[in-house]
Design a protein around this ligand. Structure first.
Ligand code: NAD
Length: 426
């Protein structure tokens, strides 16, 4: 009996990212005293599409993949959001990520709404030809609701510039002309922007620099641990070292982590991962689990892997002074309260990782003008956007006496609510 009760309790408490995104919005709505009709509108996506994608496999068989696109809210402009290839993709996860994109674009004050897409697949099991056919199949189905003025995808978990190039090409074939601004994160040769590849981590490092300033911490020589060593995590390691002088002592990927208290050379770890397929086995480093990495005695923790990694169980053991969230949704609402009470300074996901969408927006602007900016211009404009957004959130959090995530929600939701109100939607 008691075992059954526990099981059902566990089932009820199974992590639902969309329920978490709604709970976060509810908290902001309460602080802002949002009108009930606007609150109700912002709790749900405006539009969503679920598709079946028939793909010819290399062995001649046909396989049907499931795909999603959620356009959460376009009150402030065309919707914008990444596209993920992941075996555990669910519609609720895509809804949550689309909601977070809405708040992300608003917190950095971009004239864009939020969206997200996903395909349920394991990209590691697909050949390059199968990946290309899958990418093109997605555009054949979802392309009818995409476009530079409508909804603009970008790379995310396990998608990259090559996938964007195939999608751009398929869309151009369907339209009969090029429309470069319909997708971002493209290769430079196809209208991509300088700095896009490292933009998420770079924006996060600008936030981290500002956080250290307001907390009176020195970043030079400070220990940093990074969970997740993909695009976001690898660039965070390189740029953390280059821009802030931090010492990267631990990194991890889906197979586990490595730890070297005296510091790791990010370039060598990246080279090792490229050949070995994982950070595991890096010469001279100790092995640690992903869970232990979160508990390391470091000043800066960078969750850069998946959602729901810092939760009520492990939050009490986090020792970092700053958590710079490059991943989307890495901290649950319960963990947020615990970290806030412990004095851990969290730079919330949709602020900290907004550098990617900011440079994506710059890419759309450059595509619209067919005029491309140099490296220095993109970096300076990104720095200005991230620094302004960081201080707006920090100052509101200080004034209201709330944690940074709630303050970031208040800044973002206020902006979206104003657009909704002016349009007469609520
Ligand atoms: P990626 O696919 O390049 O890398 C993901 C990394 O996480 C890989 O190293 C993988 O091995 C690791 N990983 C997977 N499961 C793990 C686990 N259980 N524990 C530890 N590590 C694990 O993806 P990315 O683009 O770096 O994205 C990482 C996170 O950052 C995601 O939450 C994504 O939504 C977010 N993000 C990325 C961007 C971007 O521009 N790349 C922008 C905004 C947010």
């Amino acid at each position: 009996m008691s075992r059954l009760a526990t099981t059902s309790n566990e089932t009820q408490q199974r992590f639902n990212p969309f329920a978490m995104a709604q709970a976060q919005l509810d908290a902001a709505a309460e602080v802002l005293q949002l009108e009930p009709s606007i609150h109700a509108l912002l709790r749900e996506p405006l539009r969503e599409m679920q598709v079946s994608l028939p793909v010819r496999m290399d062995d001649g068989s046909m396989r049907i993949f499931k795909g999603f696109r959620v356009q959460y809210n376009d009150a402030r402009g065309p919707t914008k959001g990444g596209l993920r290839f992941h075996p555990d993709e669910t519609i609720d996860l895509v809804r949550a990520l689309a909601a977070w994109m809405t708040w992300k674009c608003a917190v950095v004050d971009l004239p864009l709404g939020g969206a997200k897409g996903g395909i349920v697949c394991n990209p590691r099991e697909l050949s390059p030809g199968e990946l290309e056919r899958l990418s093109r199949a997605y555009v054949r189905q979802v392309g009818r609701i995409l476009g530079a003025e409508v909804d603009v995808p970008a790379p995310d978990m396990y998608t990259n510039a090559q996938v964007m190039a195939w999608m751009l090409d398929e869309f151009s074939v369907l339209q009969g002309h090029n429309e470069f601004g319909m997708i971002t994160g493209k290769p430079l040769a196809l209208g991509g922007s300088k700095v896009r590849e490292e933009a998420t981590a770079r924006g996060g490092m600008y936030c981290l620099r500002e956080a250290a300033r307001v907390l009176g911490l020195k970043t030079e020589g400070t220990a940093m641990a990074i969970q997740g060593f993909g695009n976001a995590g690898q660039h965070a390691a390189l740029l953390g070292q280059e821009l802030l002088g931090v010492v990267v002592v631990a990194v991890s990927d889906s197979r586990g982590g490595i730890y070297a208290p005296e510091g790791l050379d990010p370039r060598k770890v990246i080279a090792h991962k490229r050949t070995a397929g994982s950070v595991i086995g890096f010469p001279g480093a100790q092995s640690i689990s992903n869970e232990d990495l979160l508990r390391l005695d470091v000043d800066i923790l960078v969750p850069a892997a998946l959602e729901n990694t810092i939760n009520a169980h492990n939050a009490p053991e986090v020792k970092a002074r700053i958590s710079a969230e490059l991943a989307n949704g890495p901290t649950t609402p319960e963990a947020d309260e615990i970290l806030h009470a412990k004095g851990v300074y969290v730079i919330p996901d949709f602020l900290c990782n907004a550098g990617g969408v900011t440079v994506s927006y710059f890419e759309m602007v450059q595509n619209a003008y067919s005029y491309y900016w140099d490296d220095k211009t993109v970096k300076a404009r990104l720095d200005a956007k991230m620094t302004a957004a960081f201080h707006e959130v920090h100052e509101l959090a200080t004034r209201l006496g709330v944690h940074n995530r709630l303050a970031a929600y208040c800044v973002a939701v206020q902006r979206v609510a104003e657009a909704v109100r002016l349009r007469g939607w609520a």
